[in-house]
Design a protein around this ligand. Structure first.
Ligand code: HEC
Ligand code: HEC
Ligand code: HEC
Ligand code: HEC
Ligand code: HEC
Length: 216
């Protein structure tokens, strides 16, 4: 009886610890460093931005013009996926198999690409379905700055700050991950360093460290 009671107490304690710790890592706004959520479509930055070398701003064209870099609409994906319904590897495999089985080569659409067609309201061949409307893909937002902080991409891109300075080596990521803690100290460290390297006028540096620059 006593032993069982001890065990139950221990269990409650451990479960309590897990709850406390998971709250402290997931509830703190802006401190979700290493957050790497699973996305509705298995989109790879390594493949698109790395191997294929598609420029970041081909998809995130808001970055140099506005506050938000933006997530591309599915129609942007269709610029290529109208023609690319599966990987080259999958097509080669189908070709080999069809020759081996003595049949005609079939057109194939991979599971992940069919999700793009589905979102567009298209059929499995990537053709529009009469009367069917598209819907947007529910991408999970990775980076989140609290509402009381003002952040805009534009001044950073204009000043020549690189995407990698704040987002890490995205072109090697299979799945997007938040590499920095996005804390106030992180912003300020760079704003201070920038002063030293750019040799900004003192009032410019003052502005970059001024509370009102980032807080309304
Ligand atoms: C072919 C289009 C495309 C290209 C090119 C591309 N991205 Fe993306 N990016 C996306 C899509 C779609 C998402 C949302 C899904 C995801 O997170 O993977 C995304 C998400 C992101 C996010 C996370 C956004 C969030 O939710 O916080 C960052 C950061 C990002 N991209 C940076 C980059 C950088 C840096 C490059 C260039 C090295 C780049 N992207 C190139 C399409 C693209
Ligand atoms: C000075 C740091 C910094 C630089 C440089 C930067 N980002 Fe961001 N990025 C952020 C922060 C901080 C957020 C979160 C913003 C928010 O929650 O409003 C973010 C959010 C994003 C998002 C999510 C959607 C959005 O617009 O909020 C995408 C996509 C993105 N960045 C892509 C890029 C790309 C591509 C580049 C380079 C062209 C880039 N970023 C350069 C800091 C930066
Ligand atoms: C500039 C052309 C281009 C754009 C734009 C593009 N892709 Fe691709 N994507 C490709 C090519 C080419 C492949 C096949 C690579 C291979 O053969 O391995 C591919 C492969 C993929 C795959 C892997 C398919 C599989 O079966 O494993 C996914 C998923 C994908 N893309 C999603 C997207 C999404 C989502 C977007 C829009 C945000 C997008 N792509 C935009 C060219 C593009
Ligand atoms: C890697 C370096 C770097 C990081 C990290 C960074 N910044 Fe900046 N920031 C800059 C540079 C460089 C400028 C432009 C300085 C100039 O034009 O003299 C700038 C400018 C700004 C401006 C515009 C100021 C103005 O009114 O002209 C705001 C707002 C800003 N940053 C907010 C933030 C916030 C909020 C964060 C953190 C979430 C952040 N920055 C993180 C380098 C950085
Ligand atoms: C370059 C941008 C920037 C400047 C300048 C700045 N802050 Fe912040 N501040 C932030 C960011 C980003 C956060 C959110 C941090 C997080 O979520 O972890 C923040 C958070 C805070 C918080 C919430 C508590 C905390 O630490 O998370 C307070 C209070 C605050 N700032 C006060 C100030 C004061 C006072 C000044 C002027 C002395 C100032 N900030 C200057 C970017 C800035």
């Amino acid at each position: 009886m006593q032993k069982q009671l001890k065990l139950v107490t221990l269990l409650i304690f451990v479960v309590g610890l897990i709850i406390v710790f998971s709250n402290s890592t997931y509830r703190m706004p802006g401190n979700q460093q290493n957050y790497e959520p699973i996305q509705p479509i298995d989109f790879s930055h390594r493949l698109h931005a790395g191997e294929m070398d598609i420029p970041c701003q081909y998809c995130h064209y808001g970055a140099s013009q506005s506050r938000h870099a933006g997530i591309p609409a599915t129609s942007v994906c269709m610029n290529c996926h109208k023609y690319v319904s599966a990987t080259k590897e999958a097509f080669q495999l189908e070709e080999k198999e069809s020759v081996f089985e003595g049949r005609e080569t079939e057109s194939i659409t991979s599971v992940e690409i069919s999700k793009i067609y589905e979102a567009m309201g298209y059929d499995s061949q990537g053709e529009p379905i009469e009367g069917k409307e598209g819907k947007s893909v529910e991408w999970v937002k990775v980076h989140n700055i609290p509402d009381f902080v003002f952040f805009s991409h534009k001044p950073h891109i204009t000043a020549g700050v690189d995407c990698t300075d704040c987002h890490g080596d995205v072109s090697s990521m299979e799945r997007i991950k938040q590499t920095e803690d996005l804390s106030m100290g992180w912003c300020l460290d760079c704003h201070r360093k920038d002063h030293e390297s750019l040799d900004n006028a003192p009032e410019r540096t003052q502005l970059l460290l001024d509370c009102a620059t980032c807080h309304y």
